[in-house]
Design a protein around this ligand. Structure first.
Ligand code: SF4
Length: 267
């Protein structure tokens, strides 16, 4: 019944508003307890303006705009096969892509396939990857992953996230990176940049886990552009929407950005 659905929508909007206002009230009282100044109260309130946008149209505009700004982005990691991307992604955890690329350039000249890595010891990789943080542990992971790919997948890297995450040492971010970046299939790659930018823009609520963000974005981003969208958002996080000092003044998304609008309201 149309009347009824309108009523439920209104009811859910009221509930959401009520919950946001409760969050703000809680933040204010916690700031007061900490002896907060007016500036601190506003800062605490602003923190809670960081929640998901309610309007699907606004979210769609953001998705369209980010794809317009960054129409043809790629991963910064260099690779020539799904397996090479998998190895690079393992080494790239909490490391700079440039450092990983410089190490893997020589590494992949010598070792290219799971068979090449499976019988090595981490020490055998030291000369190539010692500049990458946690190189020993990451090398061991690469070796173990190679063995599992040979034993369970006949040496071929699986092309689905569900299969990839069954391999010990592969998380959802790496799995999505391989599926989207190497196989060109739909993927939402939730790295630190995508997490931060999607929350600031208001595409998702703040405080969600990477997995929750992945599934939430899968609901709102059309499947055929999910991988492009991931690359675009990651690029925006690296170039403009920095963790510490986002370049809001030059940002082409500012008119649509919930974080920017909330900040502007209080300045
Ligand atoms: S306006 Fe600022 S916070 Fe919003 S996306 Fe742009 S840089 Fe990030």
């Amino acid at each position: 019944m149309p009347g009824r659905s309108k009523y439920s929508k209104k009811k859910s909007e009221n509930l959401k508003r009520k919950s946001e206002s409760q969050k703000r009230k809680k933040a204010r009282s916690s700031a007061k307890k900490k002896g907060g100044s007016k500036k601190r109260l506003l800062k605490e309130e602003k923190h809670y303006e960081y929640s998901e946008l309610e309007s699907p149209d606004e979210k769609k505009k953001i998705i369209d705009k980010i794809l317009e700004i960054y129409p043809d982005e790629r991963l910064d990691l260099k690779f020539s096969s799904p397996f090479e991307l998998l190895v690079s992604a393992i080494f790239a955890a909490q490391a700079k892509d440039e450092v990983v690329n410089s190490a893997t350039e020589k590494l992949f000249q010598k070792y290219k396939s799971p068979e090449d890595f499976a019988n090595l010891k981490p020490e055998d990789l030291k000369d190539y990857v010692s500049k990458i943080n946690f190189w020993y542990k990451k090398s061991q992971t690469v070796i173990n992953v190679s063995k599992e790919i040979i034993e369970k997948y006949q040496g071929k890297v699986p092309d689905s996230v569900d299969e990839l995450v069954k391999i010990k040492g592969i998380g959802r971010k790496t799995a999505n990176m391989v599926v989207g970046g190497a196989y060109g299939k739909p993927a939402i790659i939730v790295d630190t940049h995508l997490m931060r930018v999607s929350q600031r823009l208001g595409l998702v609520d703040e405080g969600l886990s990477p997995e929750e963000i992945e599934f939430k974005l899968k609901e709102i981003v059309p499947e055929e552009v999910q991988t492009k969208f991931s690359f675009a958002l990651i690029r925006h996080g690296k170039k403009v929407c920095h963790a510490k000092n986002p370049d809001c003044q030059i940002c082409e998304l500012k008119k649509l950005c919930r974080w920017y609008k909330a900040s502007f309201k209080y300045t």
